[in-house]
Design a protein around this ligand. Structure first.
Ligand code: ZN
Length: 163
């Protein structure tokens, strides 16, 4: 039976809880997630915990902010005029947009609030500063294809669907 190493595709169900045990996100009752091990498809702490696992393994892992979505940084939410956003997008809290940095590299911004004229955006991931508690059930482990290795992500169920 294959064991997850760098270059493995791991298909798993996850439930993510916060410190209070509240469920923030879960794949149960939805399509399981598929991640390419070693390609940072998941947060570093979870990737570490998945190493060496095989189909059928169930485990729980708590991931610190440093190995999760980072500590909260920067000035906090900033107001941006609504005209900066595309007309055809209904902007809502929780959405992620890519903005272009001064160096030309895109960086993510998360919407934290929307008013009539302004959108509040933050460079912090909504889960920054939080310890992440994952319950994981590994469904399958297989070797990634050459194309998946090349792209740095999984193709097919639970992964990317190219058009
Ligand atoms: Zn691809």
């Amino acid at each position: 039976m294959s064991v997850a190493v760098d270059g493995s595709v791991i298909t798993f169900h996850y439930t993510l809880k916060d410190d209070d045990g509240e469920v923030l996100d879960t794949s149960i009752d939805e399509e399981p997630m598929a991640a390419l091990q070693g390609a940072q498809n998941v947060v570093p702490g979870l990737e570490k915990a998945l190493a060496g696992k095989k189909a059928g393994d169930k485990f729980s892992v708590s991931v610190s902010p440093e190995e999760g979505y980072g500590e909260k940084a920067g000035p906090g939410p900033q107001a941006v005029s609504k005209d900066q956003f595309p007309d055809d997008v209904d902007v809502e809290a929780g959405m992620m947009f890519l903005a272009e940095g001064d160096d030309g590299h895109p960086f993510p911004l998360w919407v934290t609030d929307v008013t009539k004229t302004e959108v509040m955006v933050d460079t912090n991931h909504p889960l920054a500063g939080q310890t992440l508690h994952f319950d994981i059930e590994v469904l399958a482990v297989r070797k990634a294809t050459a194309e998946e290795m090349d792209h740095g992500h999984v193709h097919g169920p639970g992964g990317h669907h190219h058009h």
